[in-house]
Every structure is written in C-alpha cells, then in structure tokens.
Design a protein around this ligand. Structure first.
Ligand code: NAD
Ligand code: MG
Length: 285
C-alpha cells in the first residue's frame, strides 16, 4: 500500500502544465519504494511526459528495472525533470533529458533523432504526455483548446510513432496512454475524453501494423490518479477533496501504482499481449 492519505486532497490549483514539486501532498512516484527485478536490463526507452505524474513514475520504474531512458517534457517543467534525473542517477541509472513541445510535428522528429543519438536505438516507446483542461460548458471550449488537446494527445502520437518506427527494434514495445475517460467520459472533458477514446482505437490499428515488424503496441488506461494534471486545470477544483472516491477502492491511484502496468507491457513477460488495453483504475469499469 502507499503512504498517502487518498481521501483528503486539499483544494489547490496551478497554471497548466503544473509542477509536481508544488503539489500537496506530493504524489507517490515510487522513488522510495519501487523494487526492480531486472526486467528491462539493456533496454532503451523513450518516455514522453517523464517529468511528473505517471510518466515520472514510469521513468523511475524503468530505471529500477535496468533500462536506459530519455524523457521528454515541456521546457517550463525543467525543475520537475531535474528531480527525476537526480532520482534516477542516485540509483545508478542512465537518463537524458530532452525538453520540447510535442505540438510541433518538427519537434517530434527532433526528439527521436536526439534520443537515437543518445540511446543508439529504441526498444520501448512510452507515450505518456497528455493535455487535459476541464470546461463547464461546450460554449467555453475554445477552438484553440480543441486544437491543442487533439494535437498533443492524438496528432503527436502519430508523428512520434512515425518518426521512431525505423529505430524501434524487433521485440520492441510501444505503449500508449488512454484513460477511464474513454469508457466513462465526464461532462467537463469533451475534448480530452474524445482523444483518449481515439488513442484506444488507434492502438488496435497500430498493433496490427507493427506486428509485421515484431513490435507490440498496447495501451494503459489509468483511472483517477493523483498528478499535476488534476490540479492544473484538469478538473473543477471543488472536486479535488473527493477525487477518486468513486472507485471500488474508494481512493485515487498513485503514479507508482500505474507505472507497473507500463513495466509489464514493456517487458518480455507480456510477449503474447498485443493491441490490448490494461485498465488500472481501482475497479471502475
Ligand atoms: P502530468 O501532468 O504529471 O503529466 C502529463 C505530462 O504531459 C506533463 O508533465 C507534460 O510534460 C506532458 N505534456 C503535456 N503537453 C505537452 C506538450 N505539448 N509537449 C510535451 N509534453 C507535454 O499528469 P499525468 O496524470 O501523469 O498524465 C500522464 C498521462 O496519463 C496523460 O496522457 C493523461 O491523459 C493520462 N491519464 C491521467 C489520469 C489521471 O487521473 N492523472 C487518468 C487517466 C489518464
Ligand atoms: Mg509535468
């Protein structure tokens, strides 16, 4: 179990994209309690959204499992990314930081080029970056938000996978990030929920294509998880004290508890799982 009291999140808010270092309480990223079992020794992983939340916990877990990693994040999240670097280097892991905005098609190509220069090739592509901004009414959903949410969550997925395809080795694993929102869309997440449904669907198409190259494509669909996204406009702030209470476990998840699904899908232990979606949501289907 994790040591955070999940039923008492305080009302708090930050400008998007939010910093994990400013959250109260700080999410459980696994840095003090993740036990690696050498499941990813020698593997090279590119992780988007690796500075905070689920992506940070995945970066820390992958490093504990022996992978060399590159993380991407937005430039304004540099301080969170530096924390991840320190955590990973403290356990003897190999990590590189590449900031940049995935809304730019060109940057997606640059990111892959830089990552391949640093890592040599890619075994694991974990697409975890995501944009979520709540709106009360459809009238409040601006065209700019619509474009930004779809560009970040859907377009960049295609751009990044396309750019990385020549460098992903046989036996490789691509992992996308959907959401409970794909099954149970909230009224205040019209644009975001739609992107998460698209990602689930695209994962199945991609899995069929990439099987020709010996590469599996799967997705993880987290339920309510305590991350910066949630306090930086991702949901109405008055909902924070009850965040996650609608799960069967009656609490929100912690990033460390989601990261283990990515480890499983990245490792050879899941070698016969393809086009699948692992729901990690405390029992909320
Ligand atoms: P988070 O804010 O900690 O992580 C999201 C990351 O996305 C940011 O750290 C940022 O680096 C990255 N990002 C956003 N826009 C970007 C851009 N334009 N360019 C580059 N990077 C960008 O929050 P999180 O909850 O850990 O989110 C990780 C993923 O999990 C997202 O895809 C989110 O949709 C998904 N998810 C989260 C929850 C939840 O309850 N927290 C539930 C279901 C799915
Ligand atoms: Mg962040």
């Amino acid at each position: 179990m994790t040591n955070i009291n999940h039923n008492n999140f305080e009302i708090q808010s930050q400008p998007e994209p939010g910093l994990e270092s400013k959250m109260i309480p700080k999410p459980d990223d696994g840095s003090s309690n993740y036990n690696g079992h050498k499941k990813l020794v020698g593997k090279k992983a590119l992780i988007t959204g690796g500075d905070s939340g689920i992506g940070r916990a995945v970066a820390i877990a992958f490093a504990h499992e022996g992978a060399d990693i590159v993380i991407n994040y937005l430039p304004e999240e540099e301080s969170d990314a530096q924390e991840v670097k320190q955590i990973v280097e403290k356990i003897g892991g190999n990590i590189h930081l590449i900031p940049g905005d995935l809304k730019s098609e060109k940057f997606n190509h640059n990111l892959v080029e830089q990552a391949v220069k640093l890592l040599g090739h890619i075994d694991i592509l974990a697409l975890i970056a995501g944009k979520q901004q709540s709106i009360e009414q459809i009238d409040d959903l601006t065209t700019q938000q619509l474009i930004d949410t779809y560009t970040t969550n859907v377009f960049s997925l295609v751009w990044l996978i396309k750019a990385a395809k020549p460098y992903i080795s046989r036996g490789g694993s691509i992992i996308t990030t959907s959401s409970l929102q794909a099954d149970r869309p909230s009224s205040f997440l019209i644009d975001y929920a739609g992107t998460k449904s698209a990602i689930r669907n695209m994962t199945i198409s991609l899995a069929q294509q990439f099987s020709d190259y010996g590469i599996r494509v799967n997705c993880v669909a987290p339920g309510p998880t305590w991350t910066a996204l949630q306090v930086a406009g991702g949901r109405p702030i008055e909902q924070l004290p009850s965040f996650g209470k609608n799960t069967i476990l009656n609490r929100a998840g912690q990033p460390r508890e989601i990261a283990t699904a990515y480890v499983y899908l990245a490792s050879n232990e899941s070698s016969f799982i393809n086009g699948e979606c692992i729901k990690v949501n405390g029992g909320l289907t």
